[in-house]
Design a binder for this molecule. Structure first.
Ligand SMILES: [Zn+2]
Length: 365
């Protein structure tokens, strides 16, 4: 693993290491650009996201012991008469959410770096994904979650052998508790927000969307956004494809927040460059209810650069979209239904729109 981390605040470069999850200045870390994407190097016989291994920051063979076959999810058109409105069924990944993409790559890299323990914090799905891949890699794992996390999500992480610690208060309180627990030798903070390795996994969504459609990207993608794991990962993948001249123009990104907790959408609407923390007034889409997203400014920048927008949906629109999808055979959690509600409200005729359905209905009980 040769790639360096780059601080978003002070531009300091340093090698990836187990204990270092932020810059000495406190800034967020990105990973420097990797090798050029080459469709000729896609491993056709590998039916998982590891087919794109030539652009992933891990060595040649370690992934084989960690993978659960994640990736290669279906693309379907659920609404009658709307072949332009496609859904990417990423809730069909091994732990039933798209977070498996990031967890698979991060945990593989952690094993390669020699981590002896993992710490994560999560509103549910990321913690479960990290717990599953940590179990697979044989690395002990502790997950901090808000006490309000649905019991179905907690049970899933516990069954994978993780110590699950329910923290009273908000999602941010759970993150703060996790950060306090970091610093022990050999323990890696497997944060889907802070750790740039996570985005190296979620970026494969972009490669897959292009390959599934004959190396042609859609005109528009609709993604739920809380902390921005999906938006920033997808952007990274689209940028890699663009740098290699593949897929045509990168898609416009429409990012979706719940009206009751929409700090990034508020900044977008007011034309601000920085995201101000807000209050979580409570929403059924608990997976995107992030009142103070650490990478909020970065999400804002990426969505604007794509020519896209941040939109909000109400809980009633989300419930309605969930019912409509379920009536077509697709049962997703409210966070995913929120994105579908937003996609259905967009004007038709702007080409192909792909919405990522990020988590399964069983997740929310
Ligand atoms: Zn720095």
């Amino acid at each position: 693993m040769q790639r360096q981390t780059v601080c978003r605040a002070c531009a300091r470069r340093a090698p990836l290491s187990v204990e270092r999850w932020r810059c000495e200045c406190g800034g967020l870390l990105d990973l420097e650009a990797g090798p050029r994407f080459d469709p000729g190097r896609v491993e056709a016989e590998t039916w998982s996201l590891w087919r794109y291994r030539h652009v992933l920051p891990v060595g040649p063979e370690r992934w084989r012991g960690v993978t659960l076959g994640e990736g290669c999810t279906p693309l379907v058109a659920p609404e009658p008469g709307r072949p332009d409105l496609l859904a990417k069924l990423d809730f069909l990944l091994p732990t039933l959410s798209f977070k498996d993409r990031g967890a698979a790559v991060l945990v593989t890299a952690a094993a390669e770096l020699g981590a002896v323990g993992l710490i994560a914090d999560s509103s549910g799905n990321a913690g479960t994904a990290i717990a599953a891949y940590a179990a697979r890699a044989g690395i002990p794992c502790t997950v901090y979650v808000p006490a309000t996390t649905p019991p179905s999500k907690l049970g899933q992480a516990r069954r994978h052998g993780a110590s699950v610690i329910a923290v009273p208060g908000s999602r941010e309180d759970a993150a703060a508790a996790a950060r306090q627990a970091t610093g022990a030798p050999g323990v890696l903070y497997a944060s889907h927000v802070w750790n740039p390795l996570f985005f190296e996994g979620t970026k494969t969504l972009a490669h897959e969307l292009a390959e599934q459609r004959g190396w042609r990207l859609p005109e528009r993608v609709v993604l739920p956004v809380g902390n921005g794991t999906l938006v920033l990962g997808a952007h990274l993948g689209f940028a890699e494809l663009a740098a290699a001249g593949i897929g045509g123009r990168p898609p416009v990104i429409v990012a979706v927040q719940a009206e009751a907790c929409a700090p990034i959408a508020a900044a977008f609407r007011s034309g601000a460059e920085r995201v101000a923390p807000t209050e979580n007034r409570g929403t059924v889409a608990e997976g995107i209810a992030i009142a103070a997203p650490a990478r909020g400014d970065q999400v804002l920048e990426v969505v604007r650069a794509s020519g896209g927008a941040l939109v909000t949906v109400t809980d009633s629109q989300t419930r309605d979209a969930r019912r409509r999808l379920a009536a077509r055979g697709i049962d997703v959690e409210p966070t995913a239904a929120a994105a579908w509600a937003a996609a259905c409200a967009l004007p038709a005729g702007d080409g192909v729109t792909i919405t990522v359905l990020s988590g399964a209905g069983l997740k929310s009980g």
